[in-house]
Design a protein around this ligand. Structure first.
Ligand SMILES: Nc1nc2c(c(=O)[nH]1)N[C@H]1C(S)=C(S)[C@@H](COP(=O)(O)OP(=O)(O)OC[C@H]3O[C@@H](n4cnc5c(=O)[nH]c(N)nc54)[C@H](O)[C@@H]3O)O[C@H]1N2
Ligand SMILES: Nc1nc2c(c(=O)[nH]1)N[C@H]1C(S)=C(S)[C@@H](COP(=O)(O)OP(=O)(O)OC[C@H]3O[C@@H](n4cnc5c(=O)[nH]c(N)nc54)[C@H](O)[C@@H]3O)O[C@H]1N2
Ligand code: SF4
Ligand SMILES: [Mo]
Length: 763
């Protein structure tokens, strides 16, 4: 295994100097409140209202007659338009109701695979952002230390001029685009390819790339869970009731009602642990040890599916040889789950197989957290394989996917770029197991500081707040000759951009047709316009097409959103009109049980991976310590964990007044610490503490609880906003990213965001 030097030095870095402070970003007088992009009402605006005759007195009378007003509103006709929520990446199907041209309410679309008719609190809260006066109202250009309004045409012209100059001087590989993984990502990718750049990124390296890589190497693709039909569900560090997945929660509840058992392995008593039959508070970073010893028990007691192992896997013998080293008594010492419990739950799972599954995971435990995350995901896939549940009812399933129609041949695709991706994803000797499609987004600052990247577009992403080590990220993004942010508000990232292009709010725009494949039958879906845009904003797809036209690559973008959507739907035999009426439609065949050839080199489950061995990595999951661990002799030393609360999404909802009010009301902006550890530090519940890591420090109030492993503290991840333009969120709470150094896992390149030790004391 490659050592720490590779991890820290790949981009020529050490634990990093802080070039400039966050204060510098905060101190930019970002929006000139007196300019026409004013967020307050201008004198002219006031006079306009006054001119309608609505004087204070008549307004007063209107307000007094509330009952009449309410009656009138209730009686007004409503129109229902199905669309997709944009409160987080789940993009649930919703039905939006409009009255008098305003949003009246939203409901879950009962047809939608991903949410089965439900909506979460973030979804309800985020709707109100449509009317948030802090929204961007038109394109902005940075002039010195302030923003000035600029027309779309002029913004496009100036951006294109600058990009073309940079292309001429530095070549196409100096330009990048960061996209939230969403429906128009193929258009953004097409734009980068049209310009000759391979540099398209998503947020994956701070979210899921280790998990995806583990599954991909082992079974060829990322599968889903058939939770609704499972009899035994073991969830390791996934919290669908807090890191919301509505369909999963519904399916878990249904399975439980049918008698299924739910076991949650989480150092923290999560929202999902609340509904579990058993909660196993594991020592963070040691899930690999638990899995290796569960595998040990399955093999030793011959509990596994012998036929599946014989016919559908390679490397079982090597696995047996390796896992003799991991008896439950060994695992107990490492992961702190009693050996007896490990043996019992393994036997129970084997009894229930093949309708027993270990959840495929997401972010929290092994998405992008630890040095051993990739091998943890491999061990998880292998443990499922031993249960013989792969693509079986009630097990781990390969969902049916819907491959969208192509724009070509009508609109030829640009050639693939000839240059390699500078982040090294997919390249032997660099990050060969990393996802080329996602890239290593948190390497962008390094690549900007080294001069390899010169200009970039950041679309629906906020790396200045959502990537680790903000001071380094700020330094990197500030070094760019051109930064264009496409957002709906002045996020941290938008606040330092040279140009800010305002995207229409999701309810104001029709987007590229999307596919959903979380269920047993694929769906196509559409986000469509529900209300007219309130301001001078445009849909993302339109912005991509407009940019292409100005950048001289219009021949690849000779279509509009609607034509693109019709072409996308072509393979499915459904019309755009039908889709618009329903919001989502099932397409393609129903899922069927059984395994044919897998997308791995051997076509089978690769317990032993020759490909990994050839790349210099362990071909089998082996126990590997986390990169760093708290000092057991220091009462102030903890591992810093983080995670979702059901009412917030990443960095994008903290500014929402209703959602933030819930945070305040329930006192949720606190750091979780084990009560016993708190006592040792002389702390009482609610006390202010100081927290410090090698790269940052801050203070926050503490929540003392039995519900967290003593070795760790846990920070809710939706806070710590430092853009002054988001004044409802500004300065509330902390972000884990303020404490996490810039790290790159040697195989995948993920950010290892839980490999951070903090010291805590009473403030
Ligand atoms: N409310 C809300 N829901 C969301 C999102 C959101 O922002 N807000 N975002 C969506 C996205 S992009 C994602 S990636 C998912 C994330 O979904 P999850 O991965 O479920 O969410 P997290 O809160 O990151 O982590 C889940 C749990 O992992 C636990 N954990 C931390 N370290 C360890 C460990 O070492 N071992 C084990 N076993 N457990 C550990 C945490 O205590 C936490 O309860 O949520 C999606 N849904
Ligand atoms: N602090 C913090 N960091 C995190 C996480 C976290 O929870 N907290 N989670 C990690 C995980 S799991 C993930 S997946 C990543 C997510 O990382 P990001 O994608 O950067 O996270 P978001 O906060 O969702 O950022 C979205 C940005 O898009 C903007 N936005 C919202 N709606 C629209 C829209 O309709 N159009 C446009 N153009 N912009 C819009 C928001 O204003 C915000 O600035 O972050 C990772 N890092
Ligand atoms: S989980 Fe909630 S916020 Fe996310 S898309 Fe669904 S309803 Fe919207
Ligand atoms: Mo994520």
């Amino acid at each position: 295994m490659l050592g720490i030097n590779k991890i820290l030095s790949h981009f020529g870095i050490q634990v990093l100097p802080q070039f400039i402070g966050k204060d510098e970003v905060m101190d930019h007088p970002i929006v000139d409140m007196k300019s026409p992009v004013n967020f307050r009402m201008t004198r002219r605006g006031f006079l306009k209202v006054a001119g309608t005759g609505l004087t204070a007195a008549t307004l007063g009378n209107t307000l007094l007659d509330f009952a009449a007003w309410e009656k009138e509103i209730q009686a007004a006709p409503t129109e229902m338009i199905p669309t997709q929520c944009n409160g987080c990446g789940n993009r649930c199907g919703i039905l939006a109701y409009v009255k008098n041209g305003r949003i009246w309410k939203i409901e879950g679309n009962p047809e939608a695979n991903g949410n089965l008719g439900l909506i979460c609190p973030k979804g309800h809260g985020y709707v109100h952002e449509l009317y948030n006066p802090q929204r961007l109202k038109g394109p902005l250009k940075r002039v010195g230390n302030r923003f000035e309004p600029i027309s779309w045409e002029q913004a496009y012209k100036e951006i294109a001029q600058k990009i073309n100059l940079i292309l001429l001087e530095n070549g196409p590989q100096s330009i990048f685009w960061v996209n939230y993984p969403q429906s128009n990502n193929l258009y953004a990718l097409r734009l980068m390819h049209a310009l000759g750049s391979p540099h398209y990124f998503t947020h994956g390296s701070t979210c899921y790339t280790a998990r995806n890589a583990g599954w991909k190497v082992t079974v060829g693709q990322l599968p889903c869970n058939d939770l609704g039909n499972a009899k035994y569900i073991l969830i390791i560090g996934r919290n669908p009731a807090g890191g919301i997945d509505l369909a999963q929660v519904k399916e878990i509840v249904e399975a439980k009602e049918k008698g299924a058992k739910l076991v949650v392995v989480d150092p923290r008593h999560s929202e999902t642990a609340v509904i579990a039959d058993e909660w196993l508070p594991i020592k963070p970073g040691t899930d690999l040890a638990l899995l290796l010893s569960m595998i040990h028990v399955m093999i030793k007691e011959e509990l596994y599916d012998k036929e599946f192992i014989k016919n559908k896997t390679v490397g079982f013998q090597e696995l047996e040889d390796e896992t003799v080293n991991y008896p439950p008594e060994w695992a107990e010492k490492v992961c702190e789950i009693p050996a007896k419990t490990i043996v019992r739950i393994t036997r129970e799972m084997a009894q229930a197989r093949p309708k027993a599954l270990l959840h495929r995971g997401y972010h929290g435990a092994f998405g992008s957290q630890y040095l051993n995350s990739f091998q943890t995901a491999r061990a998880l896939a292998i443990a499922n394989s031993l249960l013989g549940n792969i693509n079986r009812e009630g097990g781990i399933i390969f969902p049916k996917s819907a491959k969208l129609g192509e724009l070509q041949p009508k609109h030829p695709a640009p050639e693939l770029p000839k240059v390699q991706k500078a982040d090294g994803t997919g390249i032997p000797g660099r990050y060969p197991v990393g996802s080329y499609g996602d890239g290593i987004t948190h390497a962008i600052p390094e690549l900007a500081l080294s001069g390899e990247l010169k200009a970039g577009f950041v679309y629906h992403n906020n790396p200045l707040r959502t990537n680790p080590n903000p001071k380094r990220v700020i330094a990197g993004y500030k070094k760019l000759e051109l930064l264009v942010a496409i957002d709906t508000v002045l996020s941290e990232t938008a606040s330092i951009a040279h140009y800010v292009l305002p995207e229409s709010f999701y309810l104001e725009r029709t987007e590229a047709v999307d596919t959903k494949h979380s269920g047993k039958r694929a769906q196509v879906s559409i986000q469509q316009q529900v209300v007219k845009p309130l301001y001078n904003t445009r849909p993302g797809t339109q912005i991509i097409i407009d940019l292409a036209k100005h950048l001289g690559v219009e021949k690849y973008f000779n279509f509009d959103i609607e034509e693109g959507n019709r072409l996308r739907l072509q393979p499915f035999g459904v019309t755009l009109e039908e889709l618009k009426k329903k919001g989502m439609l099932f397409v393609g065949e129903e899922w069927k049980e059984g395994l044919s050839k897998l997308e791995t080199p051997s076509g089978k489950v690769e317990i032993y991976s020759k490909a990994l061995e050839d790349l210099g990595f362990s071909p089998l999951p082996r126990w590997e310590e986390p990169l760093v661990s708290p000092d057991p002799k220091d009462p102030r030393s903890f591992r810093l964990l983080h995670g979702k609360q059901a009412i917030h999404t990443h960095s994008m909802t903290a500014n929402q007044p209703y959602l933030m009010e819930i945070s305040r009301y329930y006192d949720m902006v606190r750091l979780w610490m084990n009560s016993e550890r708190g006592k040792t530090l002389g702390l009482k519940d609610g006390d202010e503490i100081e927290i410090e890591s090698s790269i940052g420090k801050g203070s926050i109030r503490v929540r003392l609880t039995e519900g967290i492993h003593p070795s760790a503290v846990w920070l809710p991840s939706g806070y710590g906003i430092y853009s002054r333009n988001l004044n409802n969120a500004f300065g509330v709470g902390l972000s884990y990213n303020d404490f996490v150094p810039t790290l790159f896992d040697p195989a995948v390149g993920h950010a290892m965001t839980s490999e951070v030790i903090v010291r805590i004391k009473k403030a």
